[in-house]
Structure formats: structure tokens, C-alpha cells
Design a protein around this ligand. Structure first.
Ligand code: ADP
Ligand code: MG
Length: 281
């Protein structure tokens, strides 16, 4: 272990120590998933995911494309059954009424609904009366600088703003856990940097527990308390890094310019074992 990683590990250990005292929000214990194909063959996708995420932690998952990351989210959110292993959300089975907010690469805002009506969707599903949902939604939109856009339609907003709206729509239902599946991958680089910063700040302010899937190593390092690196399919957790740079420095951008950033980057890059052939673009 080189000096800067060791230094960072010490700092992160303090964060991790304080996290030890906090309640576990989501625990995956030896979770496995095998899909059966129509031809009757079975495909092992998840070999073993064992991961415990604490209250207000921000954990990123990086791994090769197709290794089973989105499948893991579908299992956490109860959309898919694991083939083996257990998942507990605040000590209970997640299928029993746990609130999980799910945000995807595409914002999935309804184009025929105004921003406020998109933001209200979850409250509407919960049967909350219109006057009350508008009151709550106005409060959220104002808090996150989107009040002026309440009556506009999604197509009048930039991709970055639509993702902020999608996040607010997720937050408004007060989920116990927020799952972000490559939420920035369709955005340009500058917008991504701004949104990373904003979203970490919004989620910290709201005291949320977050799991982010990303193929962007830099994004994972700059945003997270911990980064879990996954193996190729059938996937398992290869390594977990205590990063904590954005928490320590109060900014994702500062995390990117910290000397430890590159060391983490190189180490995670090596773990991912990315093959670059001479002709690759
Ligand atoms: P990632 O999100 O890591 O890119 P996914 O979790 O989407 O990967 O998919 C992992 C693997 O599981 C892929 O090979 C995919 O084809 C396969 N897979 C995903 N869902 C199903 C399904 N419902 N039935 C069969 N195979 C699936
Ligand atoms: Mg995926």
C-alpha cells in the first residue's frame, strides 16, 4: 500500500468508524442470481454479493458492462427474486413496503405532464390530495432552485435539469434508500461534473443513503464514501475502497483534484482489468 492510499485509509477509517455506529440500511448476504434462458440453459449472473450499507452512506458500484449491476438493483428493489442469499432493508425483507427510490440513466419524466406534476407522481400514487401534493412539491422545487420551472414541460429543460427533476421526484416520497443506475451517463462531461456536485449535496442535505452504479471510475471516486469494484460475470465484490474524499473535502470537484484521487483511480483501473487493444477507439 503506498503512502497516499495509507493516509487516505486512515482518514476514511474515521469516517468508517463513525459509520459503524450507524444503523445498517441495506444488507446483502451471499446474494446469487441465475437466469434461465428460453432454451432451458441457465446463466449465472451474480455469484456472490455480500455488502452492508449504513445510514447516510454513499456507495458506488463499478464493474464491467453486463456483469450484473442492474440485476443487483432489481433484486434490491424487489423486482427480481434472488436465486439464493438474503437481502434486508432496515432489518426487513424489502418487499414488505420498504421505500426505495430508483433513478435511471433516462429521466423517464412524462412529457405531457408539467414539471410539478411529474414531481408529484409518487405522492399521487400514494393518494395524497392535490392541494397537499402541490404544497410539498413547491417546497422541494424551491429548495432545489427549480421553482421557476414548475409549470414548464420536460422538453423545455436541459438534460441536466431533467435529471435534477427526476431526483426530486425520487426524493419527495422520502425513500429509505436511493438507487442511482448510471444517472449521468447520457449527459455531457461538464453537466455531469456540475450534477455530481449538486446531487451529492442534495442527498447529504436530505440525509439519504445512496447506492450509485456507474461505469465512470472518476465519478465513483469523487462522489462516494466507498467504492465496490465488481468482477466479470458471474459477478462478486472484488474489492471495496474506503474513499470518503468528497465527504472530507466537502466537494466532488475538490476530490478530483486531490492527490489521492489518481492513486484510487489507478488501483480501481487495475482491478477492473480493462483490456485496451491497439485498435480500440
Ligand atoms: P450491468 O448492469 O452490469 O451492465 P445487467 O445486470 O443488466 O448488467 O445484466 C447482467 C447479465 O444478465 C447480462 O448478461 C444480461 O444479458 C443478463 N440478464 C439480465 N436480465 C436478464 C433476464 N431477465 N433474463 C436473462 N438474462 C438476463
Ligand atoms: Mg446496467
Amino acid at each position: 500500500m503506498n503512502a497516499s492510499i495509507a493516509h487516505s485509509a486512515t482518514l476514511a477509517a474515521r469516517t468508517t468508524d463513525s459509520l459503524q455506529l450507524l444503523q445498517s440500511v441495506i444488507s446483502l448476504d451471499e446474494v446469487k442470481k441465475t437466469f434461465s434462458s428460453s432454451g432451458g440453459e441457465s446463466v449465472d449472473v451474480i455469484e456472490d454479493i455480500t455488502l452492508d450499507i449504513k445510514q447516510e452512506e454513499f456507495v458506488s458500484i463499478v464493474g464491467p458492462s453486463g456483469c450484473g449491476k442492474s440485476t443487483m438493483f432489481n433484486i434490491i428493489s424487489g423486482l427480481l427474486e434472488p436465486s439464493a442469499g438474503t437481502i434486508t432493508l432496515r432489518g426487513h425483507d424489502p418487499k414488505r413496503g420498504a421505500r426505495i427510490g430508483y433513478m435511471l440513466q433516462r429521466d423517464l419524466l412524462f412529457p405531457w405532464r408539467t414539471i410539478i406534476d411529474n414531481v408529484c407522481l409518487g405522492l399521487e400514487v400514494q393518494g395524497i390530495p392535490k392541494a397537499r401534493r402541490y404544497e410539498v412539491a413547491h417546497d422541494y422545487l424551491a429548495r432545489y432552485g427549480l421553482a421557476d420551472f414548475a409549470k414548464q414541460y420536460p422538453n423545455t429543460l436541459s438534460g441536466g435539469m431533467r435529471q435534477r427533476v427526476a431526483l426530486i421526484r425520487t426524493l419527495i416520497t422520502e425513500p429509505d434508500l436511493i438507487l442511482l443506475d448510471e444517472p449521468f451517463s447520457a449527459l455531457d462531461y461538464q453537466t455531469r461534473l456540475v450534477l455530481e456536485e449538486e446531487i451529492v449535496s442534495i442527498l447529504k442535505d436530505a440525509h439519504k443513503t445512496v447506492v450509485l452504479i456507474t461505469h465512470d471510475i472518476g465519478e465513483a471516486i469523487s462522489m462516494s464514501d466507498r467504492v465496490a469494484v465488481m468482477t466479470q460475470r458471474p459477478t462478486s465484490v472484488k474489492k471495496i475502497y474506503d474513499v470518503g474524499l468528497s465527504r472530507e473535502l466537502g466537494s466532488c470537484l475538490k476530490a478530483r483534484s486531490d492527490v489521492r484521487y489518481q492513486t484510487f483511480f489507478d488501483s480501481i483501473w487495475n482491478d477492473l482489468d480493462i483490456q485496451i487493444s491497439g485498435g480500440a477507439s
